[in-house]
Design a protein. Structure first.
Lengths: 594, 192
């Protein structure tokens, strides 16, 4: 059979298709985003797929689909599961009708996240099934098997992926495709309606299910011994298994765990008895190690293997064998960093340039490209926390500043997609509780950082259908927000005036900056509203006095020639936004050919 | 696993390292190898430093390698060659460098010096260093963006894989309108 090179994310999408999944929903989040994108691209005729405003909504939609009898799916990054934890941990009580699997895509090494929490503990807390693929074939196969297990054991199934499994490509052999089927729905409040009286019974059912799962995991084919030698034995799962296999090859025996909730403790006990030294190789927390130790199985794990960051074969080799692969020694300090930066033509630049210049303001950000606004040269953001927190933290901070009579004003910034995610609730809190705070929605007409996913404000769905473009201003007015300024952030003077007025206003105020992301493929509506002119700018070298004012934008198209003491614009990189022309005191910038 | 070869491609977001890796992987699979490829999405798209890794052989386990393990390092931008030089095997590694500079935020801002001597620094450490003006060659062929495929040609030569069906791989991975141009770019890389 033909083999296909796929990422873990593509493979999961394929698995959903093979399993006859009828409904899939997600909120974009690196490294999970491409699962739903692949479903929409390749399997939308079979699987109804949607972007949800946030992970809780995505998860609940999938639970609803399961209860009435369809196989359903939700995907999210690790921190997204915190948002969806409320439905998850009660869904763990009710169980399913149509099978339900969800992906928690963890990010060891924080490639694109604010923390590196280990979501395996959710499976332990909720006493449901967890499967951990270690490559793309397993990701596809476990997605298919997950639905069988979900329905057989009446349990949600968590596919726990990590960045490396999501984004690495390996070969996948396809299986048969099942047509989506619907199971019958029969009203059964004892099963599906967790009011206290019913939920007590559900908890008892969870314990019975767990007992059955403890038996099953010992015979589950995903948990297997790979015997080579009785010297070193290694218990591992996920990407870490591949690293251990790489380092030891056939010089160790392995216990490869594919089903890690519940853990196959007794099978591992037998394996442990046959080897002289038992190691546990796992990324992040000692999830498996602690369970083995609690069962009285002597093993070595986090005493040697780092708890922080992503593992790789080098780290595993050094930790377990002390061996280090020789590398070239040289002076790396001469290589300047290459940090991510806001793009040429990014609509966030104008806003943060102006915000960064305002004294006596604490600027609280959120999750999105604009997280970069805290870096030099913009230096605008003070801090951030999680999705939607930009407004609620700003509200709390403003209450303290007001209470203690400090004159610093508080500004909260969220993106359009972040606003619809959970920023809306936070805005409501600020208005309802009479906050003296300025809230800013940087509306770039798309979910930017994760790679341009549609959202409720963009006017389109994941499959490209038109949708009503949710109106941020209308939402704010409905909440009771009266002081509202809408500006084009490419117009610095208008942005400056709006910020000044909004910050001076005593009470809640809102600034909406509206302009499409520089990398977004503009929709017909975008073209009608914002035009299509991207003629680059150039600098008149004679007029340039080398004052470096334009460098304070941090635009990747602008550089400074130290020898000539002049700024330059890279015409290929320039997006023609014209913001630099507005900060130049000598008006040295002009459109090419203009 | 001694027959597993490791290739690291490094560059700047938007330079086409991922497409080059894809074409390489496609041809390797067609030739019957087990292949694993690793890439990281997300923040790195925003003008940051990017790497992809391609590993192939009879059986590949880890999708990533550690330091000192690359048989070939392909730098799409010359300063990146120096950043990732410690990925290369101490003995017998090949470094392919595109003689092309892309400034980073600190150098644009004048806060750091771009290391103009970075190629010399690599050569000093690594005997088999091959410098190619891939961006210039691709520009002469009609599109600077095809520098990635010029570099792919050079990579294929370094790996001794010239005999595989590269035309088919290009036809499968590149948009039809760009296939002919990319075939030329690939050949230019083989001959560079």
């Amino acid at each position: 059979m033909a083999k296909n090179l796929m990422t873990g994310n593509e493979a999961v999408a394929r698995g959903l298709y093979e399993a006859g999944v009828a409904f899939a929903s997600a909120y974009p989040g690196t490294p999970s985003t491409e699962i739903l994108e692949n479903v929409a691209e390749k399997y939308k005729d079979s699987i109804t797929c949607e972007w949800a405003p946030n992970e809780k909504v995505a998860f609940e939609a999938a639970v609803g689909a399961s209860f009435v009898g369809g196989r359903s799916f939700a995907a999210m990054k690790h921190v997204g599961l915190n948002v969806a934890a409320d439905p998850l941990l009660t869904f763990a009580y009710t169980g399913v009708n149509g099978g339900m699997c969800f992906v928690s895509a963890d990010d060891p090494g924080l490639h694109s996240s604010q923390n590196e929490q280990d979501n395996r503990f959710y499976a332990r807390m909720g006493k449901f099934i967890m499967l951990e693929p270690s490559d793309s074939q397993e990701a596809k196969d476990m997605a298919v098997m997950g639905y069988e297990l979900s329905e057989r054991f009446d349990s949600p199934v968590m596919l726990r992926m990590t960045t490396r499994v999501c984004h690495s490509k390996s070969l996948v052999e396809f299986g048969e495709v099942q047509e989506p089927k619907k199971k019958e729905y029969v009203k059964n409040r004892a099963k599906f309606d967790p009011v206290p009286a019913m939920a007590k019974g559900m908890h008892a059912a969870v314990e019975k299910r767990w007992a059955k799962l403890l038996e099953y995991t010992e015979e589950c084919p995903l948990n297997r011994e790979e015997w080579h030698t009785d010297g070193v034995g290694i218990v591992s799962a996920g990407a870490a298994y591949q690293y251990a296999r790489e380092v030891y090859g056939d010089k160790a025996s392995y216990f490869k765990c594919g089903m890690t909730s519940p853990m196959p403790i007794e099978s591992i006990r037998k394996f442990a008895a046959k080897v002289k030294k038992l190691y546990v190789v796992e990324e992040l927390e000692p999830y498996m190690e602690d369970l083995l130790r609690a069962a009285g199985i002597e093993c070595t794990g986090k005493a040697l293997v780092p708890i922080e960051g992503e593992l790789n074969p080098d780290i595993v080799r050094k930790a377990l064998t002390g061996e280090v692969v020789p590398t070239m020694e040289y002076d790396k300090s001469v290589v300047p960093g290459r940090p991510p930066m806001l793009c040429a033509g990014c609509p966030h630049v104008g806003l943060f340039y102006e915000l960064g210049k305002i004294k006596d303001v604490i600027a609280i950000g959120d999750i999105g490209c604009y997280a970069l606004s805290g870096n030099p040269p913009l230096n605008a953001k003070d801090f951030a926390l999680c999705m939607g927190s930009g407004f609620s933290m700003a509200h709390g901070a403003a209450k303290i500043m007001t209470k203690f009579g400090e004159k610093k004003k508080i500004v909260g910034v969220v993106g359009d997609s972040t606003f619809f995610h959970t920023g809306m609730n936070s805005m409501l809190d600020a208005v309802y509780n009479h906050s003296d705070v300025t809230l800013i929605v940087v509306d770039n007409r798309i979910t930017g950082m994760t790679g341009h996913q549609e959202n409720p404000g963009s006017g389109y769905t994941i499959t490209g259908e038109h949708a009503y473009p949710a109106d941020i201003e209308g939402v704010a007015r409905a909440f009771g927000m009266t002081e509202i300024y809408k500006v084009n952030p490419m117009d610095l003077e208008a942005t400056r005036k709006a910020l000044k007025a909004a910050i001076e206003y005593e009470g809640p105020s809102l600034v909406i900056t509206r302009y499409p992301c520089a990398l977004k493929k503009r929709s017909p509506e975008d073209k009608a509203e914002f035009g299509t002119d991207r003629t680059p700018y150039q600098i008149d070298a004679e007029a340039c006095i080398g004052c470096k004012s334009c460098l304070r934008l941090g635009c990747p198209a602008i550089s400074f020639d130290a020898a000539a003491k002049k700024a330059n614009i890279d015409r290929v990189a320039c997006a023609g936004c014209g913001v630099c022309a507005q900060v130049c005191p000598k008006k040295a910038m002009g459109k090419v050919g203009g | 696993m001694s027959n597993v070869k490791n290739v690291v491609l490094c560059g700047v977001g938007g330079q086409g390292t991922i497409l080059a890796s894809k074409i390489l992987s496609y041809a390797l699979i067609e030739a019957g190898y087990d292949v694993k490829m690793s890439e990281i999405h997300g923040m790195s798209q925003r003008g940051g430093s990017v790497t992809t890794q391609v590993r192939y052989g009879d059986k590949v386990y880890s999708p990533i390698i550690g330091k000192g393990s690359a048989d070939v390092l392909v730098a799409f931008e010359k300063m990146e060659a120096l950043r990732y030089l410690d990925d290369v095997k101490v003995d017998g590694g090949v470094v392919i460098i595109n003689d092309h500079a892309i400034q980073s935020l600190p150098t644009l801002q004048g806060m750091a010096q771009y290391p103009e001597d970075c190629i010399d620094r690599v050569k000093e450490k690594n005997a088999d260093t091959r410098v190619i003006k891939a961006t210039k060659i691709a520009g002469e062929l009609g599109n600077e963006k095809a520098a990635n495929v010029v570099l792919l040609g050079a990579t294929v030569k370094a790996l001794g894989l010239e005999g595989m069906d590269w035309d088919a791989a290009l036809e499968a991975c590149v948009k039809p309108a760009f296939v002919e141009m990319n075939k030329k770019a690939f050949r230019a890389g083989l001959e560079a």
